[in-house]
Design a protein around this ligand. Structure first.
Ligand code: NDP
Ligand code: 13P
Ligand code: ZN
Length: 346
């Protein structure tokens, strides 16, 4: 069996109204003298004061950087700015875009990386993987965070749509793990039972508890499930337990029409379609997505039928080496439309 590396985060702190402790956390983690911070404008507005004053109190020098777009060229520009900082540590603060950009830059500059998620919207929070537009149409391996710092109070105040999207990314594990089993059974791919079970559990815990999420979501449970899902990827040494044909569908939509819907929204809709192809209980996925307030219909995210059909048809070709149900059951646009209509996605 081929060997693979399991790179895991060293320290994960989850608290509530604890963002002002970030300085202490970093001192305990690696005692950096200077850090580079990467965030978008909205997130900076929310976090700047408390993070900046906590770092100053801990005698840590800092430089803020803007993450405006997750395309490779913007990330490279930010990388060159950060190189000049000569900092010991790079910190990504925000949703998946800022966390990924900071993670990639830290990896390239061979610096430690800390993840501060401000939304429970994706499972890259604790994983070593990054997705940048203009590179591969799927994630590539970078570096696992040395530390993850979560202030639940910030996540609770984030737009509800982001949280529902995170639940969609978790729901995707139902179909991703089934695809991994198919790859094991049909092409003899390495299958990590532990990583697969961990990823499945992060979806199950949300399914089992999602009934009241619309009214009162358990944000801590969701973010822990997202962290755990990222750890499943750390253990697997690839995004395999977290990403199957439903992710390929999401990547294909991004490839054809960037900017439609959030990552987890597309993965959730993809999971409905793929679950039906796999012979799984797709109605349960719809119910759970509805429970958390995530979209279950293409039109809810402005996804046109023609784009959906094309995306499902080309999805597997974006990552031919990742065997999924779409390798076994070849799609075409007519079949895609029929599938989407039969599940109510169209
Ligand atoms: N590495 C991996 O394994 C994974 C990576 N991804 C990647 O993550 C990205 C998607 O992440 P996602 O989080 O959905 O989208 P974004 O990171 O684009 O965030 C969406 C918006 O939410 C805002 N936001 C975040 N937190 C708050 C908050 N607390 N209050 C108000 N607004 C907030 C952001 O603000 P601002 O503009 O200030 O940042 C941004 O405008 C994609 O690039 C995807 O490829 C997704 C899954 C896994
Ligand atoms: O989004 C991811 C896992 O949730 C990453 O998966 P990909 O490797 O398909 O980009
Ligand atoms: Zn995902």
């Amino acid at each position: 069996m081929a060997s693979h590396i399991m790179e895991l985060p060293r320290k994960i702190l989850i608290g509530e109204n604890n963002i002002s402790d970030i300085g202490d956390f970093l001192v305990g983690l690696s005692a950096p003298e200077r850090v580079s911070l990467v965030s978008g404008d909205k997130v900076r507005k929310i976090t700047d004061k408390k993070i900046s004053s906590s770092l100053s109190d801990s005698k840590i020098k800092y430089v803020w950087h803007r993450s405006t777009s997750n395309d490779v060229d913007s990330a490279k520009k930010t990388l060159e700015d950060i190189r000049k900082d000569k900092s010991d540590l790079i910190i990504g603060i925000g949703g998946g875009r800022s966390v990924d950009i900071a993670k990639m830059i830290a990896f390239t500059l061979k610096k430690s990386f800390v993840s501060i998620p401000t939304s429970a919207s994706h499972d890259g929070i604790a994983s070593p993987f990054v997705s940048l537009r203009g590179d591969k149409p799927y994630s590539i391996i970078a570096t696992a965070p040395l530390g993850v710092f979560v202030d639940i109070a910030i996540l609770k105040k984030a737009p509800r749509r982001l949280l529902a999207s995170g639940c969609g990314d978790l729901m995707a594990k139902v179909t991703a793990v089934r695809d991994w089993e198919l790859a094991r059974d049909n092409v003899g791919e390495y299958f990590g039972t532990y990583a697969a079970n961990l990823a499945s559990m992060s979806a199950k815990i949300v399914i089992d508890n999602s009934k009241d999420f619309k009214k009162k979501p358990d944000v801590r449970m969701i973010v822990e499930a997202l962290i755990s899902s990222g750890v499943a990827a750390c253990i697997a040494g690839s995004s395999r337990p977290c990403s199957g044909a439903e992710h390929l569908f999401s990547h294909a939509v991004d490839h054809l029409k960037p900017g439609i819907g959030l990552h987890g929204e597309k993965c959730g809709i993809g999971a409905i379609l793929v679950a039906k192809m796999q012979g799984q209980d797709w109605k349960k996925i719809i119910q759970m997505l509805k429970n958390v307030g995530a979209p279950t219909k293409a039109k809810e995210i402005g996804l046109e039928p023609s784009v959906l059909a094309k995306a499902l048809t080309i999805a597997q070709s974006l990552r031919p080496e990742r065997y999924t149900i779409l390798s076994k059951k070849i799609m075409n646009e007519q079949k895609a439309i029929e599938l989407a209509k039969s599940t109510g996605v169209l």
